[in-house]
Design a protein. Structure first.
Length: 465
């Protein structure tokens, strides 16, 4: 029988709580009664609604125990504050798996994908643990720690932020042996009075919990590299840089997009590498090097690291591709609908421009959010990237994307609408066999609705010919 993740007694000791209703054992930890699996611990957090309201649902789904701040009709550990108890449980999990080498990833663009690519490498190397989805905030990080098995050898955590002073406590909680900052750019700038400089300082908070002598993996091509390098060195880190220049520890030589991915040529220390990846976005030239350096820092062999990059598939909404059957053939959908900012938008358009489709290059774009007062200018500036990438048709949705629409020449205009829902059927109708159709925008501006409309073409019934 597999060793339990936690027993009730262990949880009570870790969080300073009181065991009620007898001891129990759990194989996982959940904060959501809807996705809880049988045998897990349900943590009743206070939120928009009190988590204690969902204890009956959690028990009905098979919860083996509850972490609560009031008596429940189940075996439980009772505490004054369930959120603080979750943090303590995460820290106890970290301490009991003292043998585990831990990594943490942040950045304005690409942190989720880089984290998950690192995860693949850790899995190849041994007993591993990682963040799921985008569990990168004040709840997601301690939850991920609390779920870490005691025999874990390597782990990687994603750490995000919207404001200053959010990353540092999470970094101190994880105590990583290696950290990576993928890049710094104009993301969440509306929350920082000094704009991008504030974002850079917030990202540098990742060094706060770095273990003595730990590794900091930094983007040498980013305009904030010198600042981040100084901050990392001040924190006692060993800096390993990736970039397109020859002096980086991992230097990008060439990136060649192709159907279903790309081929990367790079030099890492004194070794020339050429390897395939399943990502076609230009930013993945540098991202792949960040992954290699992080895996090296977490004691994963170069062979396993390259195997991980070759195996890692694009995440849903973050560059995943699929052929969609339509009358007369098929078009290719590139789904970038989960996330967008000026950096990722420029990279995605450049990647599309490097492709050689049989048909046209079409993009459907929705608003990039949280850009502050400069948002209109950022959107209008996308017109230059559209021109450079030789995009044939541009569909725009949202009040901010109206600024791009107005900046486009008539020859490149597809259609404009106020919402993604309005533009979705028009994009689907415009797709023809051989076209490359990229959908990109912030998740909050509902770009996914357009991607879903295109994907649905593949499932639509067809008349017999």
């Amino acid at each position: 029988m597999a060793e339990p993740l936690w027993t009730g007694r262990e949880i009570a000791e870790a969080v300073g709580g009181r065991l009620e209703g007898g001891d129990f054992s759990v194989g996982g930890v959940s904060i959501d009664s809807r996705s809880l699996e049988a045998g897990e611990l349900f943590v009743a957090l206070a939120g928009v609604r009190d988590g204690h309201e969902f204890v009956p649902t959690a028990l009905g789904r098979g919860a083996a125990g509850v972490l609560a701040s009031q008596s429940v009709e189940a075996p439980a550990v009772l505490v004054e504050d369930t959120f603080k108890a979750l943090e303590k449980l995460g820290e106890a999990s970290r301490d009991r798996a003292a043998q585990a080498r831990r990594g943490a990833v942040t950045g304005s663009v690409g942190k989720t994908s880089v984290t998950q690519a690192v995860r693949v490498g850790l899995t190849l190397a041994g007993r591993s643990h990682s963040s799921v989805k985008s569990y990168n905030n004040h709840i997601g990080v301690p939850l991920t720690l609390a779920r870490m098995p005691r025999d874990t050898e390597r782990a990687v955590f994603e750490i995000g932020m919207n404001h200053a002073d959010e990353i540092s406590p999470l970094s101190r909680m994880v105590k990583p042996h290696a950290v990576a900052i993928t890049t710094v750019g104009p993301v969440h700038v509306e929350n920082f009075p000094d704009g991008e400089a504030g974002v850079a300082r917030a990202k540098a908070e990742i060094f706060a919990g770095l273990m003595p002598g730990g590794v900091a993996v930094l983007n040498a091509d980013n305009v904030w590299f010198d600042f981040l390098n100084r901050e990392a060195l001040a924190a006692g880190a060993q800096v390993r840089a990736f970039g397109s220049g020859p002096n980086a520890a991992a230097s990008l030589i060439d990136f060649r997009p192709r159907a279903g991915g790309a081929v990367v040529t790079a030099r890492m220390d004194d070794e020339r590498l050429e390897f395939p990846i399943r990502q076609s976005g230009f930013h993945w030239g540098l991202n792949s090097l960040a992954v290699l350096l992080m895996l090296e820092a977490l004691d994963v062999t170069r062979d396993d690291a390259l195997r991980a990059l070759e195996a890692f598939e694009p995440l849903e909404g973050r560059g995943a591709e699929r052929d969609v059957r339509i009358p007369g053939g098929a078009c290719t959908l590139i789904d970038e609908s989960y996330y967008a900012n000026p950096i990722s938008m420029a990279a995605a358009l450049a990647s599309l421009g490097a492709r050689q489709p049989k048909g046209r290059r079409i993009v459907a774009l929705t608003d990039m959010l949280e850009l502050g007062e400069e948002a209109p200018a950022y959107h209008a500036a996308v017109a230059k990237a559209v021109e450079s990438a030789r995009i044939d048709q541009v569909f725009c949705a949202g009040p901010l994307m109206k600024h791009l629409w107005d900046a486009l020449p008539p020859t490149r205009r597809g259609r404009y609408a106020e919402t993604a829902a309005e533009i979705a059927p028009q994009v689907a109708h415009a797709a023809e066999p051989g076209d490359l159709v990229m959908v990109k925008g912030s998740n909050g501006s509902k770009a996914g609705v357009i991607a879903q409309a295109l994907a649905a073409l593949d499932a639509a019934p067809r008349e017999a010919g």
